[in-house]
Ligand binder design. Structure first.
Ligand code: ZN
Length: 464
């Protein structure tokens, strides 16, 4: 319960952000009510759109003093209800903080404000002959602040790591308004605790990231992609080891579609034509990126030729033009577009590659025992041990998600996996946090929360 008179607090906040930064009632667009999964939808008390770090600091100082909860928002493309406001919360959107301060060719860094869209960063890096390797389906609408606070993953983690690995310095604001200025470009900086990591991946519960120095990589000049038909999961795992060994640092993606997902794409995504006609158990997309097209392409063709000879793959299509590369990626990306099935729950879990073949069979067996006619598909970033599952168990799918959760996360717990690989915990997974984190770990997480946000105003109730 806010301790300060709410109308007085709202007046104070209005004065901080000015008319351009303040929205209330019908002026708040519905995109601020819910994330892309849309599991819940509540309008915030008011919407604040600060113009800079100083304003963020003054907002939090006032809310901290008043005990007023704040829900920070980026592009609202999350999947676990972390940014969707709860009843009585103020939403703080970074949509006006879109400045790119600098691109530094010598340190290969870009300094940006939290509200810059991922795609803008990718394009700017590209125009400077550099690469910002973070890439995910929501690139056009997600923002770097959201990517950082959720530690987003995506398609090229196998080579470049998660968002956490792509950041050098972070500026963040604590719950009481204190600005933590860690905005430096030093790749080596062993001066005690790496404080930025408190804010990265903590889903806006420990502090709000306002600016960041991003790590850029040299822009690759070659890109080669293949789609392989594979008969069993042992061969998928052996193919991964084979391409890691033969392609070395050129390997930039290893994505897998189980046969069930491939069939769903064929049936429900008419604008994508699936290229392999024979039925395989698994479809593996392998990508190589390097700096010498002729040599890289030779290396790639050789590596896949050897995979064929070893019996790891049954059939291979290699894309030899930009259009064909795009078409093969479209098949992989279509796994997120199987909407004709009806409402689907999208799951995101992590486990050891060793366990993944068993997991795929066992999870389907346990789910089918309850819903014999369910529609499901598995796919994911298998090079990183990350599986996604889409599920529709019938017209009540939305309401039955806790029962589905129990089955999937129960198996993940048995296998020592993680209930979230890249989507985070938010509200959707918080009751399953203990399936993947020990009591001692959760106690430490709560102690950090109390230390950094003693009044509990920052995204309360998310994660735990
Ligand atoms: Zn993913």
């Amino acid at each position: 319960m806010p301790r300060k008179d709410l109308p007085a607090l709202i007046e104070e906040l209005k004065a901080i952000v000015g008319p351009a930064g303040f929205r209330e009632g019908a002026d708040i667009e519905s995109k601020h009510f819910q994330d892309i999964m849309g599991a819940r939808s509540v309008p915030p008390l008011i919407l604040l759109r600060p113009a800079d770090t100083q304003q963020v600091s003054r907002i939090l100082k006032a809310c901290h003093a008043a005990g007023q909860p704040v829900a920070p928002q980026g592009g609202m493309t999350g999947l676990v209800s972390a940014a969707a406001p709860l009843e009585g919360e103020i939403s703080l959107s970074f949509e006006r903080m879109k400045k790119v301060a600098e691109i530094d060719r010598f340190t290969s860094t870009m300094t940006v404000e939290a509200g810059v869209e991922l795609q803008t960063i990718q394009e700017l890096a590209d125009a400077n002959d550099l690469l910002f390797p973070l890439d995910l389906g929501a690139r056009g609408s997600c923002t770097i602040g959201g990517n950082l606070s959720t530690n987003a993953g995506g398609n090229r983690v196998i080579r470049y790591g998660m968002t956490r690995d792509l950041v050098i310095g972070v500026e963040a604001v604590l719950a009481d308004g204190t600005i933590i200025d860690g905005l430096h470009k030093l790749r080596k900086n062993n001066t005690g605790y790496d404080l930025k990591q408190l804010f990265i991946g903590s889903e806006g519960t420990l502090g709000l990231i306002t600016r960041a120095v991003l790590k850029l990589s040299p822009k690759p000049s070659s890109q080669t992609v293949a789609l392989c038909g594979v008969q069993d999961f042992d061969n998928v795992a052996n193919l991964l080891v084979h391409v890691q060994t033969t392609l070395g640092s050129n390997l930039s993606a290893f994505e897998v579609l189980w046969a069930n997902t491939y069939a769903l794409i064929d049936e429900y995504v008419p604008h994508v034509k699936v290229p392999l006609v024979d039925q395989f158990q698994f479809y593996v997309l392998v990508e190589s990126m390097g700096s010498n097209s002729e040599r890289d392409s030779e290396l790639f063709v050789d590596a896949l030729g050897q995979a064929s000879e070893k019996g790891l793959v049954e059939e291979v299509i290699i894309a030899d033009s930009d259009t064909k590369v795009r078409n093969l990626w479209a098949v992989r990306d279509a796994a997120a577009e199987v909407i004709g099935v009806g409402f689907v729950h999208a799951y995101d879990v992590s486990l050891n590659i060793d366990d993944m073949g068993y997991f795929g069979e066992e999870v389907e067996k346990r789910l089918r025992a309850v819903w014999p006619d369910l529609v499901m598909g598995l796919f994911g970033h298998i090079g990183d041990g990350n599986v996604h599952i889409i599920i529709n168990v019938g017209p009540d799918t939305r309401d039955l998600h806790l029962q589905i959760d129990e089955i999937i996360y129960g198996l993940i717990q048995e296998l020592g996996g993680a209930v979230s690989a890249e989507h985070g915990i938010g509200l959707m997974k918080k009751q399953f946090l203990s399936y993947s984190k020990s009591e001692a770990e959760i106690t430490l997480m709560k102690a950090l929360k109390r230390t950094l946000d003693p009044e509990g105003i920052l995204n309360p109730g998310r994660i735990f």
